[in-house]
Design a binder for this molecule. Structure first.
Ligand SMILES: Cc1ncc(COP(=O)(O)O)c(C=O)c1O
Length: 428
């Protein structure tokens, strides 16, 4: 008997018909070691998730950062139900498409025109095609993660199935290192269509960095694209571009737009966006109305109530308490936090006797036992109220003490109930 019997049994069933047993890599057993992890969810509410075995967790994964208001938000549910009674999709576009576009144009500095997709990948890939069409160039310079399409995933070690001819057009540069970007421009001369980056992920951009990236891109005739799939409607109402005061030519939004509903957007300068009329970016469900209704409700709430400020305050509270727990347990050589308060990274390091995978796996084993679900980042939502934050920090106080003890005694490996996680392909 284990706390995860039903999850484990269901994995056997799911894998008979679904490769990896999951539609999403980051929700699969590649991230959650089988035997110590909840593998399937049965319900969610506010900040909580219940697994198939009935175990309840405080959920800091927040459906891969796509939840910002909390699960099952009443306002979103109402907006979606109202739309459901009218239509999900129709044979001609609905007015709602323009209503949400107008909101984005009003709130996002780079947005003069808008097109919608379903996943973040749709938006980033549309932006790349658009930049290639607009500039008549093929090469792209990238820093960050942009989804599963050939042009981006081909640059990682998980590039099976991507033609070399496609990968050869994508070049990685290092965030916060201007030389790494400028040397690519020197090598590629005038062949670069776009520079695409997450304006921030693990660390803040250095002062003047994003401005300099924009200047470099433009002086070389390339477009600047910010991927705001995560940062959008999380870092600030107008995204990281508003927070850092740098306006790109194009930007992409996704996860934060509609509290878990599948919608993404590519937005940008009118003259560039008009090229959309010449390229092909089109899908049956591009104007799907339940997600648009959810997006309208979420974005209006951001506009009227400055939710991003509230989210940041919650994230800061959690950061302070987590740092306190790290200090109290004396494990600051093992773990540090970085990133924005609304999307904070837990950076684990190896110990003399233990690998980082062993340490991370033991951490997961302990937090899952204590009812906390997280993968490596705090993706806070408005539902993570003061009481929940206090509970998380209590769990951290316990867990960090235990980890410190097992590391000092040299027994951490013996405590592991499963094989440690395998090093995964890195995208950031
Ligand atoms: C920054 C960024 N861009 C793009 C994507 C791809 O989005 P999706 O998984 O919705 O296709 C992700 C997903 O994690 C992301 O974090």
């Amino acid at each position: 008997m284990s706390a995860f019997d039903k999850s484990n049994e269901h994995l056997v069933r799911a894998e008979k018909t679904i490769p990896l047993g999951s539609q999403t890599f980051s929700k699969s057993r590649t991230q959650y070691p089988v035997g110590i992890s909840p593998l399937f969810a049965s319900k969610v509410e506010g900040p909580h998730l219940w697994d198939l075995d009935g175990n309840k967790y405080i959920d800091l994964v927040s459906s891969l950062a796509s939840i910002t208001l909390g699960y099952n938000d009443r306002g979103v549910n109402k907006a979606v139900s109202r739309q459901l009674s009218k239509a999900v999709g129709m044979s001609l576009p609905a007015v709602l498409e323009a209503e949400v576009s107008e909101l984005l144009v009003e709130l996002v500095p780079s947005a003069e025109m808008v097109r919608f997709g379903k996943n973040g990948t749709d938006a980033t890939s549309a932006a790349i095609r658009l930049a290639r069409a607009y500039t008549g160039r093929d090469h792209v310079l990238i820093s960050g993660y942009f989804g599963w399409q050939d042009w981006s995933i081909g640059s990682t070690t998980r590039n099976k199935g991507v033609p070399e001819v496609v990968s050869s057009l994508t070049h990685k540069f290092e965030f916060n290192n201007l030389n790494s970007l400028s040397s690519l421009f020197s090598q590629l001369d005038s062949e670069v269509a776009a520079v695409i980056l997450e304006p921030m992920n693990v660390v803040y951009p250095n002062k003047g960095y994003l401005e300099a990236v924009k200047e470099l891109a433009h002086s070389n005739g390339a477009l600047l694209i910010f991927d705001e799939t995560i940062t959008g409607f999380r870092f600030s109402t107008g995204g990281a571009q508003e927070l850092f005061g740098v306006t790109p030519d194009l930007s992409t939004f996704g996860k934060g737009m509609a509290n878990g509903y599948p919608i993404s957007a590519v937005v940008g300068r009118k003259d560039v966006m008009m090229e959309m009329e010449e390229i092909f970016f089109s899908g049956t469900f591009g104007g799907e109305l339940l997600s648009l209704a959810a997006a309208k409700h979420v974005i209006e709430r951001h506009k009227n109530q400055n939710l991003a400020r509230e989210l940041a305050a919650i994230g800061e509270g959690l950061e302070v308490r987590t740092n306190q727990a790290i200090q109290d347990a004396g494990i600051s050589e093992l773990l540090s936090l970085s990133g924005h308060p609304t999307w904070t990274f837990l950076n684990w390091r190896s110990a003399p006797e233990f690998s980082v995978e062993e340490i991370k796996t033991y951490f997961m084993q302990l937090i899952f036992e204590k009812g906390l679900l997280l993968l490596g980042t705090h993706n806070v939502t408005l539902a993570h109220n003061e009481k929940i934050i206090r509970k998380i920090s209590e769990i951290y106080f316990d867990v960090f003490e235990i980890m410190k003890d097992k590391i000092e005694k040299g027994t951490l490996r013996n405590e592991l109930k499963v094989e440690p996680l395998k090093p995964l392909f890195r995208v950031r």
